[in-house]
Design a protein around this ligand. Structure first.
Ligand code: FGO
Length: 417
């Protein structure tokens, strides 16, 4: 009996400790005089939980102040809501933002330079930092930055005595061979701008030529043709509903090129031994380039001084090695500072699970999409549309991309909105 009571008491404590971070934050902020809102685009899963856990930890060190994360739907819903908030004059203190969102918000002079707030950025991954520098000034703190990696089915490769492909050529040849043997396409992809970027960059493409946006270059046509042929030839399967990780189990799967932030989702969805590798490249001497996605944290000028002060402390906290180590290993995002990589917590995680090391290695071969204010619209509504038309409606890649180019030029010239 006494043991049962004791057990219940212990369980009670354990359950109390497991109060949802959302609830804990609510309580923390209910008592606070200064509340700094952080609008974000995490819809659930490990990324949202990891962010909330960081916030709980931060708020515990604060007296009378707190950060309150406010989910706003997905990333695109988030930027739509922020634009509406400018108009209404009711912005949060902080928000997640892609580099192109920063370019857009800067047109409205809406952001504070991060260093003017007093946030120290020493040791932040330089490519990430340079991506948020506009006119020499840093306007965002790289926070949840991801890199594409090659997810794969180790069991299937083993069954066929195959190695992880090191080059694009090997990747295509092996996908063909395994698809034939398995009776269905084994390379899965979402027909969108993210997948396209991997092939485009590794075929030598670049979106900006002498400062001009080019969507219909020879490399772009080549990349889209490769994917279209993959479908025709039966080795590439377009996933049209939900994330790839949500479709695992629906047929033979060997490979996908996807964000490292999908790591926890793939681990959950895979009923096979999941592998994470660096991307196939042009030659076997160097991994291919991966697209960097995920967002930075920005601070709004319209926020009150006290809220900005909370934001400053929160951003410094987020950059601390411990916070980075915990956040990265909970999600699959890339640690954004050098110091995080040396942090014992992080090192012990990497020793246990080499996938985290692979993510960091891949992050050294990184490419970004253009930081144009109009890019979000272009990547989804124009380029993304062209990719879907070519893959799903069999439109000729050059025809689809020529049309995208024209639409993008009209948009950039202000002829359309
Ligand atoms: C997502 C989107 C952009 C821009 C790229 C831009 C706007 C892409 C791509 C379109 O943080 P990342 O790496 O990964 C996301 C993370 C948090 O939600 O987890 C990933 N996830 C979530 C659920 C799941 O089942 N599986 C999974 O992998 C999720 O993708 O960001 C990558 C996916 C997309 O949202 O469809 O970034 N993206 N550039 N979005 N608005 N603007 O310029």
């Amino acid at each position: 009996m006494r043991r049962a009571l004791l057990l219940m008491a212990v369980l009670g404590v354990a359950l109390a400790q497991q109060a949802k971070p959302e609830e804990v934050i609510k309580e923390q902020c209910a008592k606070a005089k200064v509340v700094a809102e952080l609008w974000h685009g995490f819809t659930g899963g490990a990324p949202k939980a990891a962010l909330e856990n960081l916030v709980v930890e931060f708020n515990r060190t604060q007296q009378g102040r707190c950060v309150r994360p406010v989910p706003q739907g997905g990333y695109r819903d988030l930027s739509t809501k922020i634009k509406a908030a400018f108009a209404a004059g009711k912005v949060p203190a902080m928000a997640q933002a892609y580099e192109n969102n920063i370019a857009l918000y800067l047109e409205a002079k809406a952001l504070l330079p991060i260093e003017s707030l007093g946030v120290r950025l020493q040791g932040v991954n330089l490519p990430f930092l340079n991506a948020v520098r506009f006119g020499g000034v840093v306007y965002g703190v790289p926070f949840n930055k991801s890199i594409q990696v090659l997810y794969h089915n180790k069991d299937l490769l083993k069954k066929h005595g195959a190695k992880v492909p090191a080059t694009l050529e090997e990747f295509v040849a092996l996908s063909k061979k395994l698809s034939q043997a398995e009776g269905g396409p084994v390379y899965w992809f979402q027909p969108d701008a993210s997948t396209f970027a991997y092939f485009f960059f590794n075929l030598g493409g670049s979106y900006l030529k002498n400062g001009k946006l080019v969507l219909n270059s020879k490399e772009a046509v080549e990349a889209l043709t490769l994917l279209q042929n993959g479908v025709k030839e039966g080795w590439a399967k377009p996933i049209t509903s939900g994330y790839i990780n949500q479709n695992l189990g629906s047929g033979p799967y060997a490979f996908s090129v996807d964000t490292s932030a999908g790591y926890t989702y793939y681990r959950q969805g895979a009923k096979f031994d999941l592998g994470v590798a660096t991307l196939p490249g042009r030659t076997s001497s160097q991994p291919g380039f991966g697209l960097v996605q995920g967002t930075n944290l920005v601070v709004f000028r319209q926020a009150g001084k006290e809220e900005q002060a909370v934001a400053k402390d929160f951003l410094q906290f987020v950059l601390s090695p411990k916070a980075q180590a915990v956040f990265a290993t909970a999600t699959g995002y890339v640690p954004v500072t050098e110091a995080a990589l040396k942090e014992p917590v992080y090192q012990s995680y990497v020793a246990d699970n080499p996938d985290f090391g692979t993510i960091v290695r891949q992050s050294r071969y990184a490419k970004f999409e253009p930081a144009l204010a109009e890019w979000e619209q272009i990547r989804f509504d124009i380029l993304g549309q062209a990719i879907k038309e070519a893959i799903l409606n069999k439109v000729d890649p050059k025809v689809a991309l020529d049309k995208a180019q024209k639409l993008a030029e009209d948009l950039l010239a202000g002829k359309t909105r």
